[in-house]
Design a protein around this ligand. Structure first.
Ligand code: 5GW
Ligand code: MN
Length: 298
C-alpha cells in the first residue's frame, strides 16, 4: 500500500474512534488495512490498555455465542470456556450464550466478576450441515429476544477451538470478520467461494476468504448478518442447492456485499498444524484437534 492510501485509510479510521490510534506502519510484513479503509488487526499495531480504557468508559459489553450440540459438548466446550475466561474480553462485561441439546451436561464454571452464562436448549438437527447452518437463525433470534437488551457487541464462535492469548477489546467494531488461516496469503483464484450460480452464495470474486469460525460486531450488525445468511440458506434449500462450505459460503457472500469495518488477522484463529509463521507472533485463538473420525459419524 502506498503512503497516500495510508493517509486516506487513517482519515477513514478517525471516524472509528480508537481505531485511529492503530499504527498501520508498525507491521510492514503483513497487510494492515483493506482497500476500503478497514484496519486488519495484528499484534504490535495496537495499545491494549488504551482499547480497554475506551471500551470501559463507553460501557461496552459483549455477548459470546457458541454451539455445543451432540458430541461436540464433551469434546470441546470445557476447554473453550476455561480458556475464554482467561483471554476473551477480560475486564469487560461478558455474557456467554451456550446453545446445546443437553443443557444439564454443561459444566457450571465459576466465572469472573461481571461475567455470566446462559445455557439455551436447541434442537439437534440430524444432518451436521444443518447443525452448522441453522446457527444463523438461532443467533438472529437470540439477539432479537435477549442479547440486544444486554450487550452492545456480539461475537460468534465455533466451539472446536481454545484461546491461547489476548482476544480483547481491540477486536470490537461495528462489523468484524476474520481472515482464514489457510488463505490469507493465497492468490484469490484459490479462495473456495461458492461457484454454483444457482446458490445465493455464488460469487466470482471477493476481497478475502473469511473464516466463519469467528465473526462479530454490534448486535445490530450481527443480527443483520445472521438474518441475511439464514434467508439465503433457506432459499438455497428451496432450490435444492447447498453451498460448498455451508454457512461460511453465505457469510463470505454477505461480507463481500457489506464490507466489514474491522478485519482480524489469523492470530485470532490460527491452526498450529499449519506450522510456524513469522507473521503470527501470538496465537490468540487456536484450532483444537479435529476428531472427525469419532465426531462425524452421521
Ligand atoms: C458435527 C459433525 C460434522 C460437522 C459439524 C458437527 C457439529 C458442529 C456438531 O455435531 N455439533 C456442533 O455443536 N457443531 C457446531 O458447529 C460447533 O460449534 C462447531 O464448532 C460448529 C461448526 O462445525 P465444525 O467446527 O465441525 O466445522 P469446521 O468448519 O470447523 O470443520
Ligand atoms: Mn470449527
Amino acid at each position: 500500500m502506498d503512503k497516500c492510501s495510508v493517509v486516506l485509510a487513517n482519515k477513514l479510521l478517525m471516524r472509528n474512534g480508537t481505531d485511529s490510534s492503530l499504527d498501520l506502519w508498525s507491521r510492514t510484513d503483513v497487510q494492515t488495512c483493506t482497500t476500503w479503509g478497514a484496519p486488519i488487526v495484528w499484534d504490535g499495531m495496537f495499545d491494549p490498555g488504551l482499547y480497554d480504557r475506551v471500551h470501559r468508559r463507553k460501557n461496552s459489553s459483549v455477548a459470546l455465542t457458541v454451539f455445543a450440540v451432540g458430541r461436540y459438548l464433551d469434546a470441546y466446550l470445557g476447554a473453550f470456556l476455561n480458556s475464554s475466561e482467561r483471554h476473551f474480553m477480560v475486564g469487560l462485561p461478558v455474557t456467554y450464550y451456550v446453545f446445546t441439546d443437553e443443557p444439564e451436561k454443561v459444566l457450571r464454571l465459576a466465572l469472573a466478576l461481571g461475567r455470566r452464562m446462559r445455557v439455551v436448549k436447541v434442537e439437534r438437527h440430524s444432518r451436521w450441515q444443518d447443525i452448522s447452518m441453522m446457527r444463523m437463525k438461532t443467533i438472529a433470534d437470540t439477539i432479537k429476544s435477549d442479547i440486544r437488551h444486554h450487550a452492545t457487541h456480539v461475537f460468534c464462535f465455533d466451539v472446536d477451538q481454545y484461546f491461547g492469548g489476548r482476544f480483547g477489546s481491540e477486536a470490537l467494531a461495528e462489523s468484524v470478520a476474520l481472515l482464514h488461516a489457510y488463505y490469507y496469503r493465497s492468490p484469490k483464484c484459490l479462495y473456495t467461494y461458492e461457484r454454483n450460480p444457482k446458490s445465493k452464495a455464488y460469487m466470482v470474486t471477493g476481497d478475502f476468504y473469511y473464516h466463519a469460525a469467528v465473526f462479530g460486531g454490534s448486535w445490530h450488525n450481527v443480527k443483520a448478518m445472521a438474518e441475511a445468511c439464514y434467508k439465503d440458506i433457506m432459499e438455497d434449500k428451496e432450490n435444492n442447492v447447498e453451498a460448498r462450505w455451508h454457512d461460511e459460503s453465505h457469510l463470505n457472500k454477505y461480507l463481500w456485499l457489506h464490507k466489514p469495518s474491522k478485519v482480524l488477522s489469523p492470530e485470532y484463529c490460527w491452526d498450529n498444524l499449519t506450522g510456524n509463521s513469522s507473521d503470527i507472533r501470538v496465537g490468540r485463538l487456536l484450532w483444537a484437534t479435529k476428531q472427525y473420525h469419532t465426531l462425524r459419524i452421521s
